[in-house]
Design a protein around this ligand. Structure first.
Ligand SMILES: *Cc1c(COP(=O)(O)O)cnc(C)c1O
Length: 386
């Protein structure tokens, strides 16, 4: 049975997969079906926060599986409430809505924003300002929020009520606020799919001030940047801002699907019936997420920052490297060579990295052992230099 052939025959053609079938792993090492070993700097796109075969996470998930695998939101469940408490305690946010993916977490944020605009400002205050080059998800509405035309092609008409500003241009946002009836501004602090570029801190502070002045909700999409990825528990903490809504997913579940929309004081307006999700807050996913979140402490975050500094130092002045961008363990490497070629050559030599626009993107596990990281960066440098 050839899995690649079966996949091509039966799986919808939305993915351009690498010619690689992963079977198992341990920590930051993963193995393909031929037993070949790879150092994993991709982590299933920033999902396997503590790598593969993480014993604490497996224990938490297994214990919950042994009790009850799903309850629905018709009833109370312990892991869901405990995870919400952990998220709120660590962020200062007031409430959490759970879903199953980043896109759904953002859908909920957009609902919260429109609801806020309509009830606090007036029926027509529904426009959300997002940034060009952003990525917010694949549902029609989060695609509409996504400020990249390539994603809109074939799927028009897009959901109404989204306008896009160039990143780091506060005047453009001010002009959009004047021209439209707005309820929110929604940003990624490090644009991930857009090429791993961090927003300018002064601009972000300016956005926060503007949002307060104009009575807009400030929504931060931390689907990728959240849960320790940038060397802060959430990236907004490093920017010293207080968002009204923070969304996250990817790394939170440690490998199981989960989305979370955290609502601050101003955005805490939902009442029964306004949103829902059959699987949202699933006890198994939540039990796993609690185990992930509790281990993202100051010691771990300090390690993330140190490993980040190591990668930047190694790559910044390396031959064939044009630029290194990003934050923490979310790094984009612009090479003289074609990114696709670098990725293939790395794979050949046992290192998994991925792409973001024309950059090589690194998203290692937060707890990747230093010696594996060193080995992987050495290989990457060799490939880029050649
Ligand atoms: C991955 C991502 C999403 C979409 O998440 P899904 O779980 O694929 O729906 C949304 N926003 C950002 C910033 C992302 O990186």
């Amino acid at each position: 049975m050839n899995i690649i052939q079966l996949d091509k025959q039966y799986i919808a053609g939305t993915y351009a997969r690498f010619p690689l079938q992963l079977e198992r792993g341990e920590g930051s090492l993963v193995y393909d079906t031929d037993g070949k070993e790879y150092i994993d700097l991709a982590t299933g796109i920033a999902v396997n926060a503590f790598g593969v075969g993480d014993k604490e996470w497996i224990a938490a998930v297994s214990a919950q599986l042994g009790k009850i695998q799903h309850t629905s939101n018709l009833y109370y469940s312990e892991p869901c409430a405990l995870l919400a408490k952990e998220l709120c305690t660590r962020t200062g946010m007031k409430k959490v809505f759970f879903s199953n993916s980043g896109a759904e977490a953002n859908e909920c944020a957009i609902k919260a924003a429109r609801h806020y605009g309509q009830t606090k400002k007036g029926k027509e205050y529904s426009t959300v300002i997002t940034l060009k080059n952003s990525f917010h998800g694949r549902t029609i509405t989060t695609l509409s929020a996504t400020g990249q035309d390539v994603f809109h092609e074939y799927f028009t008409p897009m959901t109404e009520g989204f306008v896009h500003a160039a990143p780091n241009d506060l005047d453009e946002v001010k002009a959009l606020v004047k021209a439209h009836k707005c309820c929110a501004v929604m940003i990624e602090l490090v644009q991930g799919e857009g090429g791993v570029t961090a927003l300018d801190p002064a601009y972000v502070k300016g956005l926060e001030t503007l949002a307060r002045q104009e009575d807009l909700l400030l929504i931060v999409d931390e689907v990728q940047t959240g849960n320790g990825r940038t060397g802060e528990l959430y990236a907004y903490m490093g920017y010293g801002i207080s968002p009204d809504v923070v969304t996250t997913a990817k790394g939170l579940g440690g490998g199981l699907p989960i989305g979370a929309t955290m609502l601050g004081e101003r955005a805490d307006l939902f009442t029964p019936g306004m949103n829902g999700s059959t699987f949202g807050g699933n006890p198994v996913a939540c039990a796993g997420a609690i185990s992930i979140l509790r281990r993202i402490d100051e010691t771990l975050l300090q390690e993330v920052r140190e490993k980040s500094a190591y990668i930047f130092t190694e790559l910044q002045n390396a031959k064939g490297v044009k630029s290194v961008t990003g934050k923490g363990l979310m790094i984009g490497v612009e090479c003289e060579k074609d990114a696709g070629k670098v990725i293939s050559a790395c794979m050949e030599r046992g290192v998994l990295v991925i792409k973001a626009k024309q950059k090589v993107r690194l998203l290692p596990a937060l707890n990747i052992p230093m010696e594996l990281l060193k080995k992987a960066i050495k290989t990457l440098k060799e490939v880029i230099e050649e």
